[in-house]
Design a protein around this ligand. Structure first.
Ligand code: ADE
Length: 249
């Protein structure tokens, strides 16, 4: 049976989620991934987990080797990817601790390789469709699992991925709201693009950790606050992953 890849974002760098786990250090065509792959089982399914920012959270969003991470999961035999991410909220109704099952992204990154294709074969151009970049079936499983577990969640949402590592200015935050983005983070867009290029169904659950700075009745967010909110709600994400995996074909 094929394996399930999990990409753990901020706050889920080294979770104790897998049974009988072992670490495997790998190298890919694109260099080493962010961390050794943690292989094991969840609900009897073979799972491969990778820490997006490294086990000690040493890799800033701009410098994550997204291509190596996706390639490593592909090489390990993963046929689907579940990703987690912390995000800032751009909407009043998306409160701290809420989960958003992303259905669209806006890519506002500037300095990252966003494609596996640096050169085309003669007359072999590759332009990947990206109209609906998150896998519908996996999104359905995420939403059904949120319902089962009674977790406060939003069934869809557009994430804008910024370059970072800084947070947005207030002008940017207001602009992103006008553009129709619901949440903001620093990692999902290139990862999702690359999973699509690699032909691996990909879905992501975003946990809202703060209101981005458009909300002027709150002090602008700090990284420490984001981590604190994520850690306070991390069990929601881990129980969600287990419930989704339980229901995967
Ligand atoms: N990740 C969590 N909160 C964020 C924010 N406000 N902006 C960008 N990335 C984030």
């Amino acid at each position: 049976m094929s394996k399930i890849g999990i990409i753990g974002g901020s706050g889920l760098d080294n979770p104790d989620l897998l049974l009988n786990s072992s670490d495997v250090t790998v190298e890919t065509l694109y260099g080493p991934p962010s961390a050794p792959l943690k292989q094991g089982t969840i609900e009897g399914r073979e799972v491969v987990l990778i820490a997006r920012h490294g086990r000690e959270h040493t890799i800033p969003p701009t410098f994550v080797n997204y291509r190596a991470n996706i390639q490593a999961l592909k090489d390990a035999g993963c046929s689907s990817i579940l990703a987690t991410t912390a995000c800032g909220s751009l909407r009043k109704e998306i409160d701290r601790g809420h989960l958003v099952i992303l259905d669209q992204f806006i890519d506002f990154t500037r300095r990252r390789p966003v494609s596996f294709h640096e050169e085309f074969e003669p007359h072999g151009a590759v332009h990947t469709p990206m109209a609906d970049p998150f896998d519908e079936k996996l999104r359905g499983l995420f939403n059904a699992a949120c319902d089962t577990l009674g977790l406060a969640h939003h069934k869809s949402g557009t994430v804008i991925t910024i370059e970072g590592s800084r947070f947005s200015t207030r002008a940017e935050s207001n602009m992103f709201r006008m553009w129709g983005a619901d949440v903001i983070n620093m990692s999902v867009a290139p990862e999702c693009i690359l999973a699509n290029e690699a032909g691996i169904p990909y879905a992501a659950v975003a946990m809202s950790t703060d209101y981005d700075c458009w909300k002027t009745d709150e002090a602008p967010v700090t990284w420490e606050e984001i981590l604190e909110v994520f850690q306070g709600n991390v069990e929601k994400v881990t129980s969600l992953l287990v419930e989704v995996i339980k229901n995967m074909d």
